[in-house]
Ligand binder design. Structure first.
Ligand code: F6R
Length: 239
């Protein structure tokens, strides 16, 4: 595991983009994340595309998760997030992008078909944020490490943390999500995990320090992955 500390989210995201670019080509498959963490990385990706240095025409992407209970048109859905923050600004073919179909009427079927799609794919680089409680994707503490795609009840602390996207009102935050499992995340060839702000410090400590691997802190499984880059700002740094 490579652990890198930067002065700011911007600097960490610039370096994350350099690492990402060194690991992929224009035919690669990306695993993508949402939330506040990867936004500056997406800014770097868009800028490099606009400068004519990279094309997404043949890139495929798979997103980690999507809320259950809000439509794709909701401004805070992860479908909308991806359009706003990346897909609408590069030449990616929307048919090559995949975000869990969490507003399907038959969720069980949607879970099964996302799993099948992932099983057929090979993600070259998975981008991850991290929850204050150590969740990756929406694999909350206690999720078995061998879990695949599933519907999850979000923990109270995750609902609380994400209320900032919903006018600070926890009642407006979806209580469930559909997520890739830990097993799916671990299949990626490379992982780039970003973390910014004090609220992530404990999770980063558990991830980087010591040998403990426990389902109670999902990110700790990444200690078993052969190629992980962890980039943090100084507030998320635990040292
Ligand atoms: C998002 C995801 C989550 C977030 C995490 C941190 O697709 O899978 O694990 O990365 O909840 O969220 P932010 O970045 O908003 O602090």
């Amino acid at each position: 595991m490579k652990y890198l500390v930067f002065n700011s989210k911007k600097e960490a995201s610039q370096e994350a983009y350099k690492i990402l670019k060194s690991l992929i080509n224009e035919n690669s498959t990306l695993g993508l994340a949402t939330g506040s963490t990867p936004t500056d990385l997406y800014v770097e990706m868009i800028a490099d595309y606009k400068a004519g240095n990279f094309s997404y025409k043949n890139i495929k992407s798979y997103n980690l998760d999507e809320y259950v209970g809000i439509s794709y048109d909701h401004p805070e859905s992860y479908h909308k997030f991806m359009e706003k923050n990346l897909f609408d600004h590069v030449d990616i073919d929307k048919a090559n992008t995949h975000v869990p179909d969490a507003s399907a009427s038959d969720l069980e079927l949607a879970v099964k078909s996302y799993q099948e799609e992932l099983n057929k794919a090979q993600i070259d680089v998975q981008i991850l944020g991290i929850g204050g409680n150590g969740h990756i994707g929406f694999n909350e503490p206690g999720t078995p490490f061998d879990a695949g795609v599933h519907v999850v009840d979000l923990k109270e602390e995750t609902i609380q943390a994400n209320s900032r996207f919903f006018d600070g009102d926890i009642n407006l935050v979806p209580k469930q999500a559909m997520t890739m499992g830990i097993k799916d995340i671990m299949r990626a060839k490379h992982i780039i995990l970003l973390a910014f702000g004090k609220a992530k410090q404990d999770a980063i400590r558990s991830l980087v320090e010591g040998d403990e691997i426990t389902e109670n802190i999902p990110c700790t499984i990444l200690k078993n992955h052969p190629s992980v880059f962890v980039l943090v700002d100084k507030d998320a740094d635990f040292q």
